[in-house]
Design a protein around this ligand. Structure first.
Ligand code: SF4
Length: 222
C-alpha cells in the first residue's frame, strides 16, 4: 500500500465533515437494500445482487420469497424452480447453486440463524466482505461503511484509501475514517459518487473537497 497517497487523518476527517454537510446521508429515502429486516432474506438478496441491477435483484428476491422463505423451504425446491424464480438477476444457474450451499450451511452450521458478525457472515458460502458489510449495516444496524463501486472509486480518488479492490478499500476505510463517520459514511460516499464525483466526468470545479483530493491536486483537473 502506498501510504503516501493516503491523506493525513486530519484531512480525512475534514473530507468526511464536508461530505456530511453536502450529502443527505442515511435518510429514510436513501438508496439501499431497505425493507429487509429478515436477515435471511437480506443475505439471499445480497447473493442475488452480484452483477445485477437493483430492480432486477429485487424482482428475483420477490419471486423466490413468493415460493419459499426459509433455508429448508428453498432446499426443498428443485433447482429449476429456483433458477426460474431468480432469472431476472442473471447468472441464475450459478446463483441457484450458491443459494443451495448457503441454505445447507445455515442449517448445518448455524441452526438456521444468520450470524451477526462479519466473520460469521463471511464464513457462509457466496458471502464476501461487501455482502457481509451490507447485511451488517442495513439489517443489523451496525456502523459499517459498506463498499460498492461508487464508494470504492470515490475513496481512492480522494485519498481516503489507496486500494485496488473494494475489499481493501473497506479495510482501509475502517482503519482511516473517524469513528463518527461509520454510521453514515457509506451513504455520504455513495451519494457524493453519484452526484459529484461521478465515474466519467467528475465535477471537480464545484467539488467541496477539491482542495484536498489527491486526484485533483495531482492533475489540476480530473
Ligand atoms: S475533486 Fe474531482 S476527483 Fe476529487 S473528489 Fe472532487 S469530484 Fe472527485
Amino acid at each position: 500500500m502506498a501510504q503516501g497517497r493516503i491523506l493525513a487523518k486530519k484531512d480525512i476527517e475534514t473530507v468526511f465533515r464536508r461530505l456530511s454537510e453536502a450529502m443527505p446521508g442515511r435518510t429514510k429515502t436513501a438508496k439501499g437494500p431497505k425493507d429487509q429486516p429478515d436477515p435471511f432474506r437480506s443475505v439471499v438478496s445480497c447473493i442475488l445482487s452480484a452483477q445485477s441491477r437493483d430492480t432486477n435483484t429485487k424482482a428475483a428476491t420477490d419471486n423466490l420469497f413468493a415460493l419459499a422463505t426459509t433455508p429448508d423451504a428453498i432446499l426443498a425446491l428443485d433447482d429449476e424452480a429456483v433458477a426460474k424464480a431468480i432469472k431476472p438477476c442473471g447468472l441464475y444457474n450459478n446463483k441457484t447453486k450458491s443459494l443451495k450451499k448457503l441454505c445447507t450451511a445455515l442449517i448445518e452450521e448455524y441452526d438456521r440463524t444468520v450470524p451477526q458478525t462479519r466473520e460469521g457472515l463471511m464464513s457462509l458460502p457466496g458471502v464476501g466482505r461487501k455482502c457481509a458489510d451490507i447485511v451488517m449495516s442495513f439489517t443489523f444496524g451496525a456502523d459499517v461503511i459498506a463498499v460498492d463501486t461508487h464508494v470504492h472509486r470515490v475513496s481512492n480518488r480522494i485519498g481516503l484509501t489507496d486500494a485496488k479492490t473494494a475489499d481493501q478499500t473497506a479495510a482501509q476505510l475502517e482503519e482511516n475514517a473517524p469513528a463518527w463517520a461509520f454510521h453514515d459514511g457509506h451513504f455520504w460516499l455513495i451519494q457524493f459518487g453519484k452526484a459529484i464525483c461521478v465515474s466519467r466526468k467528475p465535477k471537480c470545479e464545484t467539488c467541496p473537497v477539491n482542495d484536498l483530493c489527491r486526484y485533483y491536486t495531482a492533475t489540476g483537473a480530473a
